[in-house]
Design a protein around this ligand. Structure first.
Ligand code: IMP
Ligand code: MG
Length: 181
């Protein structure tokens, strides 16, 4: 399946992403103004470029941590089973936390991670997703901030992969198969 030939059609340009990241950072700054330190938790691996750009726009003291959650299943199908492969290193009790996700699709991953981290009693916990596919939702969850709402297309680039490829594209594009299937 991952051997099927495909091309990538640009959907969101690098310039549009940069402008949106700047605007989101301004909103986050306002929301967390006065924080002693914001713990920014990136969900590996898809958020790595987004978090890198976002924290550089944030005029707040930040700590960066990472969590890796994985769903069982193949490259293009989401799963309801969420496992924590790598937990954050820091303590978040009484802290301000921002969870950074690449895409909210069915919502299982983000809702699982939020439940896990809320259980550790942070002072405030908010979420941000670069992309949201609301039409795919199975769990009632919405990120506090969303970069772009997109239709039900499989996308790659800006950190997001298809079978571990195309993460290094500077823009977001949609995968279009070029064979007959
Ligand atoms: P959810 O648990 O269904 O919300 O899935 C979220 C995760 O599925 C995201 O963090 C991505 O890793 C992955 N995912 C969902 N849609 C896409 C896509 O279009 N391209 C690449 N990965 C995706
Ligand atoms: Mg992911």
């Amino acid at each position: 399946m991952t051997g099927r030939p495909y091309v990538i059609d640009q959907m969101i340009s690098a310039k549009a992403i940069a402008a949106r990241v700047e605007a989101l950072a301004a909103e986050i700054e306002r929301h967390f103004a006065g924080t002693d330190k914001l713990v920014v938790v990136g969900l590996l691996r898809g958020s790595f470029i987004f978090i890198a750009d976002l924290v550089r726009e944030l005029g707040l003291p930040v700590e960066v941590d990472f969590l890796e959650a994985s769903s069982y299943g193949n490259a293009m199908e989401s799963s309801r089973e969420v496992r924590i492969l790598k937990d954050i290193r820091g303590q978040i009790e009484g802290r301000d936390v921002l969870v950074v996700e690449d895409i909210v699709d069915t919502g299982h991953t983000l809702s699982h991670v939020v439940r896990l981290l809320e259980g550790r009693r942070p002072r405030r916990l908010e979420t941000i997703a670069l992309l949201d596919k609301p039409s795919r939702r199975e769990v009632d969850i919405k990120a506090t901030w969303t970069g772009f709402e997109i239709p039900d297309e499989f996308v790659v680039g800006y950190g997001i992969d298809f079978a571990q490829r195309n993460r290094n594209l500077p823009y977001i594009g949609k995968v279009r198969f070029t064979d007959a299937a």
